[in-house]
Structure formats: structure tokens, C-alpha cells
Design a binder for this molecule. Structure first.
Ligand code: ATP
Length: 314
């Protein structure tokens, strides 16, 4: 009898940074309207899926390794598992899949790590099941999983509105070179949104406003111009919850970055640099400054979730 060895399929997915993040006021439905410009950066997680030995099992399994693995749930609350369940439901499949996540994106770092894994799980599982799913369909399932998941599928540079899930590509002549300062402790995204509402109730923290100037700067490809227009409404809230991030932001600019910004809900700080050489220099100076847990150098824009090359061709 011929025994068939299940073939694993892997997808790689980038982290995101928000170059512009304008948060509207809290609405009565508990939801904030966002205007954001995302860029996908060359800091990746890899998600591998394989058919489970028991093809009747009703749930996926999850294994997590790498950066911050201990803080990531290894059950069906993991966003990658929820992605497999959503895909199974849409295409009437049994979600008997084993998922292995190798993390390099910081957990709870404001870089959409969980959303990235969901996007990679969608791409990899669609290939495993040979679904031939149209991109638009995957984007729709992605939007149901979380507001950052569609961008993790799309990659590149994009303007997001609504909850951030309605996307339009933005012309961005790159590459842009970034240094990321990873913090010792994470920040909860809902806690950061609550904090901005509280800060707005008692004062007037800065507002990012429209993204037009940033979008025009991205089209020129000039990092000096882009640096002038980085803005994040959540930065005040992240700094209020982790005041030590002020030192990190200052240290990056003193080390030679063109500008520094809290990434999304934080606490990762992202520094835009003039070129790749400058990024390496800023990265090594920041690493020695004792203002963060670790430092990464990355560039963007890069493509969204995609199958690893050899499998895409196989
Ligand atoms: P965002 O930038 O989208 O607001 P984040 O990068 O700050 O998110 P994540 O890394 O996505 O934060 O993690 C937030 C929480 O989500 C974690 O504390 C973890 O409990 C949960 N989570 C669920 N699935 C995953 C996953 N695959 N990877 C990381 N965290 C996950």
C-alpha cells in the first residue's frame, strides 16, 4: 500500500508599522474611526500548516516558537487558528490542520504580529486545501478576523480607513530604512485605545489629521520628507502608559535617525533613517544605549503574506 506523507506548506508574512495613524473620537458603538498609512517591513513570521494525522479532528492545533512564544496562546484563540477555522467554514472543510508558527515579530509590540499570523495561515491553508480562493475572498475573510489582517495580506504601503481594514495602495518609492527598538514589556491595544479616550477627556493631545502630506512625501521616495510627516495619535497614550518610551524616542534621534515614532499601539519604537548604512549605525548605537530590550534593522515596503518560494513554484 502506498502511504502518503503529508506535505507541509509555509507562508511568510511581514510586520507593519503605521506611518500615520489618526484615531477618531470614541463612537457610541465603542468603535474608533481610523485613518492610517501602513508599511510592511522586512521583519517576518513564518506559519507552516500540514494536514493532521486525524482528518476528522474538528480543530486545528497550534505550536509557537521564537520571539515571545511563551506569550502567544497555543489554542484556538490564536489568530492563526481562528483564520483556519474561518477558512474551513467558508469552504466547508474540516479544519484538521496542525499549525506551526515561528515568530520574529515582537508579541504585543504594535506591529500586528497576531494579525500577520492570521494572514499567513489563510494563504498557507488555502494552498494546502488547493482552494484557488480569489484574493478578494481572502481579504473579506481577513477583515472578519481583525482590522490589521487585510493589510498583512496585501503588504506594501497602503492607506487604511474604517477600522483600518478598507485599503487602497499608496505609491511609495523605497526602500525606506528603519530601526525598530523592541520594548521589554508589551502594551495591550485595547488599553492604549482606552488611554487615548481618557487623555482626550481631560486635555487635547496632538491629532494626526489627514494623511495627504505623508502620501505626497512617500511618492517622492525622500526619507527626509517622509520623516517630517510621521504621526501617530496613539503615541501620547503609549507614552502615558510607558513613560520610559520618551527616552527611547530621544535616543534614536540623538543616534542619527531622521525621526522616531511609536509603532501603532506600541511599545515598539520605529526610527526612519536616511539610508541602510545610517540604519545600521543608529541600530548599533541604540542597542548600546540601554533604552530597549533589543534592536532590529528592517526595510520597507515589502510584499504581504506569501508562500515560501520553492512551494509557490512546486
Ligand atoms: P496590533 O499591532 O495589531 O495592535 P500587536 O502587535 O500589538 O497588535 P500582537 O502581537 O498581535 O499585538 O499580540 C496581541 C495579543 O494577541 C497577544 O498578547 C496574544 O495574547 C494574542 N495573540 C493571538 N494570536 C497571536 C499570534 N499568532 N501571535 C501573537 N499574538 C497572538
Amino acid at each position: 500500500m502506498l502511504s502518503v506523507v503529508p506535505q507541509p506548506i509555509s507562508a511568510r508574512v511581514p510586520a507593519k508599522v503605521n506611518l500615520h495613524l489618526a484615531v477618531g473620537d470614541l463612537r457610541p458603538d465603542g468603535y474608533h474611526e481610523l485613518t492610517t498609512v501602513f508599511q510592511a517591513l522586512s521583519l517576518h513570521d513564518t506559519v507552516t500548516v500540514v494536514r493532521a494525522a486525524d482528518q476528522h479532528r474538528a480543530e486545528p492545533t497550534v505550536r509557537v516558537s521564537g520571539e515571545g512564544a511563551a506569550d502567544v496562546p497555543a489554542d484556538t484563540s490564536n489568530l492563526a487558528a481562528r483564520a483556519v477555522l474561518a477558512l474551513a467554514e467558508r469552504y466547508d472543510r474540516i479544519p484538521a490542520v496542525d499549525i506551526a508558527i515561528s515568530k520574529d515579530i515582537p508579541v504585543a509590540g504594535g506591529m500586528a504580529g497576531g494579525s500577520a499570523d492570521a494572514a499567513a495561515a489563510l494563504v498557507a491553508t488555502a494552498a494546502l486545501w488547493k482552494l484557488d480562493a480569489p484574493r478578494a475572498e481572502l481579504l473579506e475573510i481577513a477583515a472578519g478576523l481583525g482590522s490589521d489582517v487585510p493589510f498583512c495580506l496585501l503588504g506594501g504601503t497602503a492607506l487604511g480607513v474604517g477600522r483600518g481594514e478598507q485599503l487602497v495602495r499608496v505609491l511609495s518609492r523605497g526602500p525606506f530604512h528603519w530601526v525598530l527598538a523592541l520594548a521589554r514589556e508589551g502594551l495591550s491595544t485595547p488599553a492604549v485605545f482606552r488611554e487615548i479616550d481618557d487623555l482626550r477627556a481631560v486635555g487635547a493631545p496632538p491629532r494626526a489629521g489627514a494623511a495627504d502630506d505623508l502620501i505626497a512625501a512617500l511618492a517622492t521616495g525622500d526619507p527626509h520628507r517622509v520623516a517630517q510627516h510621521l504621526a501617530n495619535d496613539l503615541q501620547a497614550a503609549a507614552l502615558s502608559l510607558q513613560p520610559g518610551l520618551r527616552r527611547t524616542l530621544r535616543a534614536g534621534v540623538e543616534a542619527g535617525a531622521l525621526a522616531g515614532i511609536v509603532s501603532g499601539s506600541g511599545p515598539t519604537c520605529a526610527f526612519l533613517c536616511a539610508d541602510g548604512e545610517a540604519a545600521v549605525a543608529v541600530g548599533s548605537e541604540l542597542a548600546g544605549a540601554g533604552v530597549c530590550r533589543t534592536v532590529r534593522v528592517a526595510s520597507g515596503p515589502v510584499p504581504g503574506a506569501h508562500l515560501l518560494d520553492e512551494q509557490a513554484q512546486g
